[in-house]
Write a protein that binds this ligand. Structure first.
Ligand code: PGA
Length: 298
């Protein structure tokens, strides 16, 4: 079966609006026979006339009114589409979908605040979860970009490093190890630790560090939040290993101490990540450039 074309709809819509083939031809910069041919094309496919001429006047038949109705809906839909695409192309509106790992969230919100200062109309959707969850969102193509620790090879991800992320051992200020200037890693074997949940990048780095030294660490409790770990360490429930970036306030207020353990800090890094096959929207590209540029860290 032959199909109706957009061009036929457009031409017929002009004829129906003007109720005149010649004025439609003028508006569309076509010859009158070309206009008649397009309308005739629809009539052949439908097997019904769309117009009738009574005297000098043209009227729409019932089929003509139906086709006009459909043409107007299609034209409106195309206009909407065009307007939406213009918006998608523009950088000052539109939505940015980002996921960041828990540990980098404070750094990431600072970057987002500075970015938003330059693009105040942008809507930002930020998901904060652990490393495994962020990797899952990249795999499912649910986000434009992620900020997280090093990503595994072979997942088709492009990752660019932009900042250091040192992990340190923390203790409550009164802990006996706080006074020691050099602590051997094996001295930690008798301590118990508060650790992040499985799936956390911090937890993975900590496990690799001790496994590489043949040491097994006792964990007294598992928690899915850095804040909870800090509070538990302050309360004397054990030691913790966290990113130095999450400890600014506790260090300033001397609520927690960083221990001088050899091999520490474990130096990790933050990356801006997206699927290698993803065509970034101009907005997402602008955010990526901003993160890698000189103004992102204030
Ligand atoms: P997480 O983040 O420990 O909050 O998962 C760290 C990372 O991505 O390495």
């Amino acid at each position: 079966m032959r199909r109706l074309t957009l061009r036929q709809f457009r031409v017929f819509e002009a004829v129906a609006r003007h109720l005149s083939f010649s004025r439609a031809a003028e508006e569309l910069h076509l010859s009158q026979p070309a206009v008649s041919m397009q309308v005739r094309g629809i009539e052949v496919i439908l097997g019904l006339p769309l117009t009738e001429q009574l005297g000098k006047k043209i009227f729409l038949t019932e089929a003509g009114r139906e086709v006009l109705h459909a043409s107007q809906a299609i034209t409106a839909r195309l206009d909407d589409l065009q307007a939406n695409l213009v918006q998608l192309r523009s950088m000052d509106s539109g939505q940015l979908n980002i996921a960041v790992t828990t540990t980098v969230s404070a750094v990431a919100t600072g970057i987002l605040a500075r970015f938003r200062g330059e693009h105040p109309k942008v809507a930002i959707h930020l998901d904060v979860s652990n490393r495994e969850s962020v990797l899952g969102q990249l795999a499912a193509n649910r986000i434009d970009l992620a900020i997280m620790g090093q990503v595994p090879d072979g997942l088709g991800l492009e990752a660019i490093r932009f900042m250091d992320n040192p992990l340190v051992v923390i203790a409550p200020p009164g802990h006996p190890l706080v006074r020691k200037k050099r602590i051997a890693v094996r001295d930690l074997a008798s301590e118990s630790f508060l650790v992040r949940e499985a799936g956390s990048g911090t937890r993975g780095a900590m496990e690799r560090f001790f496994a590489a030294r043949g040491l097994e660490i006792r964990s007294s409790m598992e928690m899915s939040s850095n804040e909870a770990i800090k509070q538990a360490v302050q309360a004397g429930l054990g030691l913790g290993i966290l990113s130095l970036q999450t400890l600014e306030m506790e260090q300033a207020l001397k609520r927690l101490a960083v221990l001088a353990v050899e091999g520490f800090p474990i130096m990790r890094h933050w990356y801006i990540v997206h699927r290698a096959d993803k065509r970034l929207s101009p907005l997402a590209q602008a955010f990526k450039d901003f993160v890698l540029g000189p103004d992102s860290l204030g």
